[in-house]
Design a protein. Structure first.
Lengths: 75, 581
């Protein structure tokens, strides 16, 4: 799952997978703004064939939180 | 494309962006909602067609002002969302009295007017019509929100400029459903409404407009005959047994297919045959079978013989002077369609579906391959002109040398300068002509209009007549004038493939040089820009006595002192000068 999340993030933010760690967030990635966040959510939803709630969407603001959110959905 | 994931599109788009070369095609999206996810999807659709596109958004909800700011873009796309004309219009509209409804409509109409006038000189504008469907598709009765929508659309239809293409986005809702087109999760928080699936469908829907402008529209539809234009095999079943019309169960499908082809033919698409059959058998069907809708005079080119189809398609491309990538070929045989896909990958190949009832829809769903932004008189008479061309080719065999043949044609060329009635045709020629085209600059109607009005440009267009008929406007030459230096620069010189091979270009240059001398010009510059398709004019300027002053792999710069012009008299072509508007 780690790898799949990172691949999506790498595509959306146009960075290398190796640049992504637990703390990767809008503060550390130049391209991660509110518009790109929508792209990220779309990418993750397609990859994991799921739909996030509005609350989840606003929570998922670093790699660790994305991972936990997906884990909680038992995917 | 529809089955690619969004992240895959982002990645592929990024790769294409790094590898594509050539002129940038700048697209600006103006919108009163958030549509950013559209940009990269549309960029990908265009880039995968070889168009080096860059798609950016204007400021949120700033359509009127941004229309000025971005009117130099190659393409402006407008998403003007009805529900967000004012915040919450989808419910507020239904509580409005008639006075405030009228006030709102007149405010938006004046915004539409401003936008249209700000984009008056834009190259091309794709404007989505307003739609109330997303919010109202479950309502039995129309409400005021629908009324506002209809009034605005009517206004838009009346006011839109020639450079506008209006898009019915409801057709996309019809294709993929409203539910899959919108995602309300982001609507209330971020004013983003549409889904990735919507943007993919929409991109595919409008792509033919851009392909047409970039000279990538298909030009000819080539049919096999047996089980493609009729049910059955002519050589085996015989003329009595084949099924062609609604009189029989399977024939009804072929009658529809033939009539869809005729409809395309009226829009300027050439209908041709490429079939393994005895030519005289097929001619009898075309001329005499009572059930046929397509007749001999609707067919622009026929390759009915026993040679292999790749050879025949290549011959079709050569004889019509159009690229293989301008051909769409339909056949029922797995073998033939596979073979052509393999040998001639440039040709678009369609296979007649096993379920015959799907056949008309297959052709219809490929209609947009032939989409043409400007519809002109020349399109209406195109098949006729191709037929004249075939007659001329027959005539050619009767003469030993080409000059005496040309002399027998009574050729007449009329040159028009800066005539605004010809703008649609001139623009279309710049967009569609690939082979006899020295620079391949593509121009929209708005571009040509601005050349005609700027006072420093000669937009010359010419038509060609001979004793077999009128080819219509088939040549364009755009010359930038620098009167103060007594010099001029040829920006574009092109001729439709239909009139190539008759020394028209030489007669035209004889005229042009005289014309420029009369205007006080001494020096003429020109250039050749190489493309995959214009090799045949590589040495055109050399042959006229131009000096090549700068040369690289892709282009050559030329200059000619007009008194050094190598005049080659062509006494069998009469040149007329049509008057200026």
């Amino acid at each position: 799952m780690e790898k799949r999340i990172k691949n999506v993030m790498a595509s959306v933010f146009n960075v290398e997978v190796s640049e992504i760690n637990d703390d990767t967030s809008p503060d550390s990635l130049e391209h991660w703004d509110s518009l790109r966040h929508m792209h990220l959510i779309t990418g993750l939803e397609e990859e994991f064939e799921t739909t996030f709630t509005e609350d989840e969407i606003v929570e998922m603001l670093n790699y660790k939180l994305i991972y936990d959110t997906l884990k909680n959905k038992n995917l | 494309m529809m089955d690619l994931k969004y992240t895959e599109i982002l990645r592929l788009n990024n790769d294409l962006g790094n590898s594509l070369r050539g002129d940038r095609y700048c697209v600006t999206v103006l919108s009163n909602i958030i549509t950013n996810q559209f940009n990269e999807i549309f960029e990908y659709v265009l880039r995968s067609e070889g168009i080096n596109a860059a798609v950016t958004s204007g400021d949120y909800d700033n359509i009127v002002q941004d229309a000025i700011k971005y009117n130099k873009s190659d393409l402006v796309i407008i998403f003007w969302e009805l529900a967000n004309l004012i915040d919450g219009l989808q419910y507020k509209a239904n509580l409005m009295d008639s006075e405030s409804t009228e006030a709102l409509i007149s405010k938006v109409c004046s915004e539409i007017d401003f936008t249209i006038s700000n984009l008056e000189n834009a190259s091309l504008v794709v404007f989505n019509k307003f739609s109330s469907i997303v919010f109202n598709h479950t309502n039995l009765r129309s409400n005021n929100f629908d009324v506002i929508c209809n009034k605005l659309n009517n206004y838009l239809e009346q006011r839109k400029g020639n450079n506008f293409v209006l898009i019915d986005i409801e057709k996309i809702f019809a294709k993929i459903s409203v539910t899959r087109s919108v995602d309300f999760r982001y609507y209330y928080s971020s004013k983003a409404l549409y889904t990735i699936e919507f943007y993919k469908s929409y991109s595919q829907f409008i792509a033919p407009i851009i392909k047409s402008v970039k000279g990538k529209a298909k030009k000819a539809l080539i049919f096999d005959c047996d089980n493609t234009l009729w049910k059955g095999i002519l050589g085996e079943d015989g003329a009595e047994k084949i099924e062609i019309s609604g009189k029989t169960k399977s024939g009804v499908v072929f009658e529809e297919v033939q009539n869809i082809a005729l409809e395309l033919s009226r829009k300027g698409v050439l209908i041709g045959l490429c079939s393994k059959n005895n030519p005289q058998d097929v001619d009898i069907i075309l001329n005499e079978h009572p059930d046929m809708s397509i007749r001999n005079n609707n067919i622009g080119i026929k390759k009915v013989n026993w040679e292999d189809k790749a050879t025949n398609l290549k011959a079709i491309s050569t004889e019509l002077n159009i690229g293989l990538d301008s051909l769409v070929f339909i056949d029922d045989s797995e073998f033939e369609t596979g073979y052509i896909k393999d040998i001639l990958p440039q040709v678009t190949v369609l296979k007649v579906p096993t379920n015959l009832y799907e056949y008309p829809q297959l052709i219809r769903s490929n209609h947009s391959l032939f989409f043409n932004v400007s519809q002109t008189r020349e399109d209406d008479i195109k098949t006729e002109m191709y037929l004249q061309q075939a007659k001329r080719a027959e005539g050619k065999n009767a003469f030993n040398d080409i000059e005496s043949y040309l002399s027998s044609l009574s050729l007449e060329v009329t040159v028009y300068q800066n005539v605004s009635d010809l703008i649609p045709r001139i623009s279309q020629l710049t967009q569609k002509t690939n082979q006899f085209n020295l620079t391949t600059f593509r121009y929209t109607e708005a571009d040509i209009n601005s050349f005609i009005t700027d006072g420093n440009t000669l937009v010359l267009a010419f038509d060609v007549k001979d004793k077999y008929g009128d080819s219509g406007i088939t040549g364009v030459c755009i010359v930038n004038m620098e009167y103060e230096n007594a010099s001029a620069d040829i920006d574009s010189m092109l001729m439709s493939c239909r009139v190539i091979g008759r020394n028209i270009e030489i007669a035209f240059f004889n005229f042009l040089i005289n014309h420029l001398l009369n205007l006080g010009i001494n020096e003429l510059r020109a250039k050749y820009i190489k493309t995959f398709k214009n090799e045949q004019v590589n040495l055109f300027y050399d042959s006229l006595g131009f000096q090549c002053v700068n040369e690289s792999n892709d282009f050559k710069d030329y200059v000619l002192q007009l008194n050094n012009y190598k005049r080659k008299e062509i006494d069998y072509i009469k040149i007329n000068y049509g008057k200026e508007n």
